[in-house]
Design a protein around this ligand. Structure first.
Ligand code: TPP
Ligand code: MG
Length: 661
């Protein structure tokens, strides 16, 4: 960096500091310390290194920037404003944290242009960024350097590095040698309770090195040193951690260097003092034109990059494929392959575990679906997530379609969010349903960010048998269904499994959870499969024999078979029972009243059957409805014995039905 450049950085950084202090003060809440501490490093990063054209925040080959320490949101909002991203106006900064503003308390994807992912839950940002950096390498392998060649930059705090998920993420990134990933650690030794010495003695640089990263240390307030480190980091053949030694709340006369500047307004006196100390002579929310101009130079640099990229795209022989890929959607060939697969299932009527049926769906479509990137957290042979056409993604070859995530469920889920956010990839990943707990914070973010990430969660009930209660989910379906925007799919046979996959792949606004069985199920559907009956969440699988139903038996997954048996037993007793299969109760609850009433007629009592707890079912069956399922933890025994022991049987369904007719 030249001397004149250096002279410009400090005032650019001070603009971020002043805006952050002022916005937090006006909002009467927020976190000024982190933006004030990292302003210098961020100014160097944006002024000299990041490839981002404010005129097109969606440009596919832009660098991705993740503010993992989402509490420091005023850092990113100030920068997006200063570089001139449309919509991030001074008024929005003045409306920091107010309802409907583009400047919510923590950065939210889809809310503010230029915010690449939602952050705030510490550890998620850095782990999501691993997925972005991985997506970049995968798409680079598919489309080449001319179209895909960008970095993923992260600012992470002490808290981000203390969170357990960071270990999963950094070890995965190190293993895959994701050298386009560069993390700037806000190494300020302060967190909310005070000094990090209160709780942490880890040598984080050594921890990253052990995971295969390069590490550097700089004074985060020395622009020349930061610039040199960023330049070195870009040349590395591994992911890079740059420990930026900083002072939290830099400039605040009394609160700098203390937890007091972390998460509350500085107060008028402290702000006055900081203005003096920083030599910032402008009023609240005032930024002189020359400083705007300095920030926008970066935009000019990237605009030239984008123009050159557009020319390369126009001349590229993979132009159409690239555009289609970034637009998303299920390729026509994969749609056709899925249709052909469904026709075969209807003909063969296989008795299969739904996890095996899912494996067959993947086998049918993966070769025609290059955007589909699968994986498992070390349970590939159990989740049946790998198609034979999928090569393994490795540090020296990213052209494959399958990732061995290792035993890192949380890291896998966050990485899938990152791949999905990056674009050009439809990620799915497997583990046992029980371990959805280990990914839950990332699943919640998939939903909050409307990302169509697919979770393939097998061994979905006590039906897994001998592994026992540690491995038998009972509350997990309820818990997942309670996350707004999540759709669970618990198919009853191979046809419903294929339909559930179709629904998951076609969904563009949120995640899908496929809850799949270890044990076999018979083919239950009697139709020709030409219509996706699962798509409305629940449907009439067997009409009541001989007239209007007196009772509706509604079931999911492996328990649909029991409902079908119970219907026949009831018919022998002269009771007319309808069977409804409900692969996705959430999807069903979103249907219009008329459809719902056509499936569950008003005034007809219901009995639900699901080898899980009742929570949530009352919304469908009412308080008066019967429920055959679990009320506590399972046990270790063969599956058939457990179903008997816990009373999840056709006889019990009949009993519950007879109580209500
Ligand atoms: C998972 C999670 N736990 C707790 C919090 C609440 N929280 C916000 S910031 C923070 C720690 C602050 O320390 P650090 O990460 O070093 O940030 P700094 O104060 O240096 O800006 C905590 C515990 C959170 N946002 N996410
Ligand atoms: Mg800190």
């Amino acid at each position: 960096m030249t001397a004149p450049d250096l002279d410009r950085i400090r005032p650019m950084a001070n603009a971020v500091r002043a805006l952050s202090m002022d916005a937090v003060e006006k909002a009467k809440s927020g976190h000024p310390g982190m933006p004030m501490g990292m302003a210098d490093a961020a100014a160097v990063l944006w002024a000299k290194h990041i490839k981002f054209d404010p005129a097109d925040p969606q440009w596919p080959d832009r660098d991705r920037f993740v503010l993992s320490a989402g509490h420091g949101s005023m850092l990113i909002y100030s920068i997006l404003h200063l570089i001139g991203v449309e919509g991030v106006t001074m008024d929005e900064l003045k409306n920091f944290r107010q309802f409907g503003s583009k400047t919510p308390g923590h950065p939210e994807f889809g809310h503010t242009p230029g915010v690449e992912t939602t952050t705030g839950p510490l550890g998620q940002g850095i782990s999501t960024a691993v997925g972005m950096a991985l997506a970049e390498r995968i798409l680079n392998a598919h489309f080449g350097d001319a179209l895909v060649d960008h970095h993923t930059w992260v600012i992470a705090s002490d808290g981000d590095l203390q969170e357990g998920i960071s270990q999963e993420a950094i070890s995965l990134a190190g293993h895959l040698k994701l050298n386009r990933l560069i993390v700037l650690w806000d190494d300020n030794s302060i967190s909310i309770d005070g000094s990090t010495e209160l709780s942490d003695t880890v040598d984080h640089k050594k921890r990253f090195e052990a995971a295969g990263w390069d590490t550097l240390s700089v004074d985060g307030h020395d622009p020349a040193a930061v610039d040199a480190a960023l330049t070195r980091a870009k040349a590395s053949d591994r992911p890079v951690l740059i420990a930026c030694r900083t002072t939290i709340g830099f400039g605040a006369p009394k609160k700098a260097g203390t937890a007091g500047s972390h998460g509350s307004p500085l107060g008028a006196e402290e702000i006055d003092g900081a203005r003096k100390a920083l030599g910032w002579e402008h009023g609240p929310f005032e930024v002189p034109e020359n400083i705007y101009a300095d920030w926008r130079e970066m935009a000019v640099r990237s605009a030239a990059d984008r123009k050159a990229w557009n020319e390369r795209l126009a001349a590229s022989n993979v132009r159409d494929a690239f555009i289609a890929r970034m637009a998303g959607g299920v390729p026509k060939a994969a749609q056709d392959a899925l249709k052909a697969h469904i026709a075969k299932v209807v003909e063969d009527k296989p008795k299969l575990a739904t996890r095996a049926a899912s494996g067959k769906v993947l086998e049918a479509i993966a070769a025609d679906y290059p955007a589909l990137i699968g994986g498992s957290a070390d349970l590939t042979g159990s989740n049946l997530t790998k198609a034979s056409s999928q090569a393994i993604i490795k540090s020296d070859d990213f052209s494959g379609g399958y990732i061995h995530y290792g035993v890192r469920e949380h890291g896998m889920a966050a990485a899938m969010n990152g791949m999905s956010l990056h674009g050009g990839i439809t990620p799915y990943g497997g583990t046992f349903l029980i371990f959805s707990d280990y990914c839950r914070p990332a699943i919640r973010l998939s939903a909050l960010m409307n990302q169509s990430v697919i979770y393939v969660l097998t061994h979905d009930s006590i039906g897994l048998g001998e592994d026992g209660p540690t491995h038998q989910p009972v509350e997990h379906l309820s818990a997942l269904r309670s996350i707004p925007g999540v759709e669970t799919w618990r198919p009853c046979d191979a046809l419903e499994t294929a339909e559930s996959w179709a629904c998951a792949l076609e969904r563009t606004d949120g995640p899908a959870i496929l809850a799949l069985s270890r044990q076999g199920v018979p083919h239950l559907r009697e139709d020709d499969g030409s219509q996706n009956l699962s798509a409305r969440g629940a449907y009439v699988l067997r009409e009541a024999q001989g007239g209007a139903p007196q009772i509706v038996l509604i079931a999911t997954g492996t328990e649909v078979e029991l409902a079908v048996q119970a219907r026949d037993m009831l018919a022998e007793k002269g009771v007319k029972a309808r069977v409804v299969s409900a692969p996705s109760p959430e999807r069903f609850l979103k249907q219009d009243d008329a459809y719902r009433a056509s499936v569950l007629p008003d005034g007809v009592p219901c009995v639900a059957v699901e080898a899980a707890i009742r929570w949530g079912w009352d919304a469908i069956i009412g308080r008066e409805g019967g429920f055959v399922g679990m009320t506590g933890f399972g046990a270790s025994a063969p599956a058939e014995q457990l179903y008997e022991h816990f009373g999840i049987t056709a006889e019990r369904v009949v009993e519950e039905a007879l109580k209500r007719v």
